[in-house]
Design a protein around this ligand. Structure first.
Ligand code: ATP
Ligand code: MG
Length: 381
């Protein structure tokens, strides 16, 4: 008898010919997530199993952050042997008032059918505990999962992870991370669909403080367990913002800043082979997130900009931020480059032509080049 951790996946089952590839990805991502633990990871048909470990709860906590995992159970592993299973079940002691047994017989050579075996095991539990059977809403369910590899897993708890798809091998996305609540959540949401992302942050030192920058680095480190991020790029927008402030229509300040952020992101995509940009924008949340504003930023990108929060309400975003552990850092009161040189009346319906006219008032190409030249790259490993 071994204690093991059983890992189930769901969407991967729908991958047809690519299923093997996705399981391998998931296996590798689990290996990375558990690199600080002593353990072995084994593929069995339609499940993964962690064995020979030293810290069960620590491993489960880390597994919960691996996308592609549907659920996890701390289980006991036995051979597919009627006597052995019955002996183990006879020794189960339950505190609850009601229970049921659920048998899943993936191994069709196992001699007793699922329902019949569940009834037999139920009898054994009834014999040894002061308890009743409740088929519809039992307090405890004893699961018996009889697999094709000759092993049976017995457990009573199913711990749900986030499902989704395993992170890909390459870092395909560039997440624009501010110090706010939204962008870490956006990174999490895209990672859930398998998009591995590195991080791009803009500051405006000395108008933004070193603490503001530290806060964003903390956020980057907090989400990397989801996003698989290795690098964080930090770019200074100070000179650009000063020029916009002095020479351009102040109503356009945020819009011009956004277009510059996307331009810089495009250059980094080209240089480091990212395929897409991710932001935490949500429709109508602020003036810079109206359809017209998004249209003017879309006009300067060659790469798709993914905005997973576009239809989310703020309270929905906050719920996820709390769940993934970024909320408390995000609400620390430090400034962002979007909040310095803030115009009193930011334009709500900017036009591409007008934004272009404003940009002609400064030496934009030179200033963007300078941003790229002075980029700071931080390793998150
Ligand atoms: P957040 O809570 O993510 O800061 P927000 O509601 O404050 O978002 P904005 O400030 O308009 O909204 O920013 C919209 C998006 O633009 C952010 O979600 C982020 O993806 C990107 N962004 C804003 N400021 C920065 C920054 N300083 N560095 C990198 N990306 C930024
Ligand atoms: Mg912000």
């Amino acid at each position: 008898m071994n204690r093991v951790i059983l890992i189930r996946f769901n969407e991967i089952h729908l991958k047809g010919g690519n299923k093997k590839y996705f399981i391998k990805l998931l296996h590798n991502n689990i290996k990375t997530a558990l690199k600080d633990f002593d353990c072995k990871i084994e593929d069995i048909q339609n499940r993964l199993v962690v064995r020979d470990y030293n810290d069960e709860d620590g491993i489960v906590e880390n597994l919960k952050c691996v996308f592609g995992i549907h659920s996890i159970s701390k289980a006991v592993e036995l051979d597919n042997d009627v006597d052995l299973i019955e002996e183990f079940v006879s020794n189960i002691r339950l505190d609850s008032k009601t229970f049921k047994c659920e048998v899943n017989r993936a191994d069709k050579s196992f001699p007793i059918k699922s329902n019949d075996f569940a009834a037999r095991l139920g009898e054994l539990i009834l014999k040894n505990n002061k308890i009743k059977v409740d088929i519809h809403s039992p307090e405890t369910i004893i699961y018996v999962d009889i697999r094709e590899n000759g092993k049976t897993f017995i457990f009573h708890e199913i711990i749900y992870a986030y499902s989704g798809l395993p992170l890909g091998e390459t870092r395909d996305g560039l997440l624009l991370l501010s110090g706010g609540i939204d962008s870490p959540v956006a990174g999490f949401c895209m990672a859930k669909r398998g998009l591995r992302q590195d991080i791009l942050h803009f500051d405006s030192f000395p108008y933004t403080s070193p603490q503001a920058k530290e806060k964003v680095i903390t956020l980057a480190r907090a989400i990397k367990k989801f996003t698989g991020s290795k690098y964080m790029y930090i770019c200074s927008m100070t000179k650009l913002q000063e020029e916009f402030h002095i020479k351009c229509n102040t109503e356009y300040a945020i819009n011009l800043l956004r277009r510059s952020m996307i331009r810089v992101a495009n250059i980094l995509c080209e240089k480091y082979r990212y395929k897409t940009i991710v932001t935490g924008e949500s429709l109508g949340q602020v003036a810079s997130q109206t359809i017209e504003s998004l249209t003017t930023t879309n006009a300067v990108t060659k790469y798709p900009v993914l905005r997973p929060l576009i239809s989310f309400n703020k309270d929905e975003i906050i719920d996820i931020a709390k769940e993934i552990g970024t909320y408390q850092t995000s609400i620390l009161p430090y400034e962002d480059c979007c909040t310095v040189f803030l115009p009193r009346n930011p334009i709500i319906k900017p036009k591409i032509k007008d934004a272009e006219r404003e940009e002609e008032k400064i030496n934009l190409d030179y200033l963007i080049d300078e941003v790229i030249k002075n980029i700071e790259i931080i390793s998150l490993e």
